[in-house]
Ligand binder design. Structure first.
Ligand code: ADP
Length: 398
């Protein structure tokens, strides 16, 4: 059985075809600059061979059509016939409070997705466009929505309600939702396999540290707290996002810099974080190089990030009442061994003790702890596409 996984952004579309027998991607790619000049589809075969198709791609329907053509290309395609695709799994950013699990898409689900647009105005519209395009191009093939927010719906009200008038929760849906749920769910399930223990018995802190970054406290396979909030701006300082701030700073900067609401929103999402502090880049690799060359602001950006992550680990250890495993995943978590080492320094109080040699690992599933360590530190590459394919497969097989 083969599942097509689609992740639609406003001007981009990522896709993978996953063979559910082997759980491997047999073809994948990216459509970039949809609706803009210079649109392009870059397809990669199972062996990683690259095929670039430069053609006008005015909308998501045309993008999906091109993806499907690429998938069955006799020259470099992944499958012989589109009939081999049994289901399509879509990444949807925001499911609000309506979805605590992935769902098969029907008319009622489409309406609910539209109702969530207010909560994710930048993300949900392209997700919906991608679903509609697939419905048009692949009629009759079951489609599933997998939400970034769903995994965190297990949080309790004392975790997700903010210190605001309660009516605002009822009126506007203002609460903590949390994001990266598909990734936190996937790596926590892998952790149980790696540790050879039932997930139900584990207390896990999952650190998804990429360009966007969030941490989740997971007990018995369920999210009980997470660092992102009403939007993905909250929590850790990130590549370009500020992370948590004293809320008074927002109005203060708006007044001082004469920024309107949209400008402030853009500022907090794209000009802050590691980019704003370092003044160099949002990319941790560039910042690490600059810090090694003695750039003080680059060093500061890395130190802030390390401090933020350590703070959440401490907080979530308290929330969980102990920790069996800390997981590092996503671009920085999987690759930046020096950052992992810095974060885990002086964490003996939690039973953390990492092996410097083992910690040199990159993008591999490894327990990097010393043998005696009470709390295991795991590096687990995330695979949101596989998690989406697994959910899709499960729902359409029922
Ligand atoms: P996203 O999916 O949120 O765009 P990723 O999970 O791909 O992000 O992570 C991107 C981040 O990972 C970038 O900041 C990049 O610098 C960082 N990264 C990737 N490889 C390394 C590495 N070897 N060392 C340090 N940081 C890395």
């Amino acid at each position: 059985m083969k599942i097509l996984v689609i992740n639609c952004g406003s001007s981009s579309l990522k896709y993978q075809v996953i063979d559910m027998t082997t759980k491997n991607a047999i073809g994948k790619g990216l459509v970039d600059r949809i609706g803009l000049q210079g649109s392009v589809l870059t397809h990669r075969t199972r062996s990683g061979e690259k095929h670039v198709i430069k053609v006008e791609i005015p909308n998501h329907t045309v993008a999906i059509k091109l993806v499907l053509e690429a998938l069955v290309s006799p020259e470099y395609g992944a499958i012989g016939d589109l009939k081999e695709i049994c289901g399509i799994g879509h990444r949807v950013v925001h499911g609000g409070e309506k979805f605590a699990n992935s769902v098969i898409i029907n008319d009622a689900v489409m309406k609910a997705l539209k109702d969530c647009i207010e909560l994710a105005p930048l993300h949900n519209p392209p997700n919906i466009a991608g679903i509609k395009a697939c419905q048009k191009m692949m009629p009759g093939v079951p489609q599933v929505a997998v939400f970034d927010t769903a995994f965190h719906q297990s949080m309790k009200p004392n975790t997700y309600i903010y210190g605001l008038p309660y009516e605002y929760y009822k009126k506007y849906g203002i609460r903590k939702y949390g994001f990266h749920g598909t990734s936190h769910k996937y790596v926590s399930q892998r952790a149980a396999v790696l540790l050879k223990k039932p997930l139900k018995e584990l207390k896990i802190i999952s650190c998804h540290l990429g360009n966007g970054a969030s941490i989740s406290a997971i007990r018995g396979g369920k999210s009980i707290d997470t660092s992102m909030g009403f939007t993905p701006l909250d929590g850790l300082m990130m590549g370009t996002r500020s992370g948590a701030l004293d809320p008074a700073i927002v109005t203060y900067i708006m007044c001082r810099e004469n920024l309107n609401v949209d400008q402030m929103n853009d500022f907090l999402n794209t000009k802050c974080g590691a980019l704003g502090v370092s003044g160099i880049s949002s990319d941790f690799r560039d910042i690490e190089v600059a810090a090694e060359q003695g750039n003080i602001r680059a060093r500061l950006a890395l130190d802030i990030f390390e401090h933020d992550v350590r703070q959440y680990i401490g907080a979530y250890a308290a929330v969980l009442g102990g920790v069996d495993a800390i997981i590092f995943t996503a671009g920085v978590g999987e690759n930046a061994s020096s950052m992992r080492e810095a974060i885990c320094k002086n964490m003996e109080y939690l039973g953390v003790s990492i092996d410097r040699e083992k910690n040199k690992v990159r993008s591999e599933e490894v327990d990097v702890s010393k043998p005696h360590a009470r709390c295991r530190v795991l590096v687990i590459p995330t695979n949101e596409e596989l998690m989406i394919a697994l959910d899709t497969h499960e729902l359409i097989s029922k």
